[in-house]
Design a binder for this molecule. Structure first.
Ligand SMILES: O=C(O)CCC(=O)C(=O)O
Ligand SMILES: [Fe+2]
Length: 297
């Protein structure tokens, strides 16, 4: 008798077919409550800055929001450099369990981001797009459409009312569509006719409703976005991206090697910030992509 064929995990099948997968209870209630305390600490650290700030891969995006009329923290990048508990989370065994059947045992990480949507703030939406848009040098990767995956971990309760993530089912099969390539991703909205013209079926839109500790996975070609937060609750979401190491020899931090977790080393590697070597920082970034934030400073 031949050995039974290895079973393919459900999230692998779902991701291949639909371009996304949801893993409920990825972290336990106790674990995610502990994570929330740490992300609050990252927010407190970020809010010490008067403007967007970079130190190597660590970056805080600060905006003087014209509607909230206060300084808000929208994103933190590579906060693992300043938070040991969250540095351990990026290489938590659950991430390996989920990623290994998709990427194998040698995995690097390119993004490590927190996205908040402060209630009352104007600029908290993300127009529909494909994350391929954000890879400035796609030529340094191979198989970007298949072996580079984004994960989003719900830290707060997450749904359409507080600007939860939405995807278009099956959109990863349509190639690169150039959506929202005309300007900042958090400014403006997509009009439905634009999405229909790009070949997206409005009935294929999936709005996620997630509990803290649930995880979503999507590909670099999956069309996704999120509306501004219209509720009175924040929406903290942690985005970690994982890539098969052999497809990314020049970008990213090791996270699993031979199946073993790898802590951050002494020197940061180039991830998304291409000027890491020439302009490591620290420095403030005073640009105003909204065109109306400075007036409120
Ligand atoms: O935080 C979100 O809702 C989505 C963010 C996103 O898609 C991105 O930054 O590429
Ligand atoms: Fe995105």
């Amino acid at each position: 008798m031949s050995a039974p064929a290895p079973t393919i995990p459900d999230h692998v099948t779902h991701l291949r077919e639909h371009g996304y997968a949801v893993i409920r209870g990825f972290l336990s209630a106790d674990e995610i409550a502990a994570v929330k305390r740490e992300t609050d600490a990252v927010m407190a650290e970020g809010m010490k800055h008067h403007a967007s700030y970079r130190d190597h891969n660590l970056m805080f995006e600060i905006l003087n929001d014209p509607q909230a009329k206060r300084r808000v923290l929208l994103q933190a990048h590579w906060f693992s450099w300043i938070n040991p508990a969250l540095e351990a989370l990026r290489r938590h065994p659950r991430y390996f369990e989920i990623m290994q059947p998709l990427l194998g045992g040698d995995i690097k990480q390119v993004t490590n981001q927190l996205h908040w949507k402060p209630p009352g703030a104007k600029y908290t939406g993300y127009r529909f797009h494909q994350d391929l848009r954000f890879r400035e040098r796609p030529e340094v990767y191979t198989n970007l459409d298949r072996t580079y995956l984004n994960t989003g971990l719900a830290i707060d309760p997450h749904g359409p009312e507080n600007g939860g993530l939405a995807v278009y089912d099956g959109s990863h099969k349509l190639g690169y569509l150039g959506l929202s390539d005309d300007g900042p991703i958090m400014k403006g909205v997509n009009h439905e006719d634009e999405l229909i013209r790009a070949g997206l079926d409005p009935a294929g839109r999936v709005d996620f409703r997630l509990d803290p500790g649930d995880l979503v996975i999507w590909t670099l070609l999956t069309v996704h976005g999120s509306l501004p937060n219209r509720s009175d609750r924040d929406r903290c979401f942690m985005i970690n991206s994982y890539v098969r190491a052999s497809d990314s020899p020049e970008r990213g931090e090791w996270v699993f090697r031979d199946g073993q977790p790898v802590p951050l080393g002494d020197e940061p590697q180039i991830c998304k910030y291409e000027q890491l070597r020439e302009k490591p920082g620290p420095f403030y970034i005073e640009d105003d992509w909204t065109g109306e934030a400075r007036a409120n400073a």
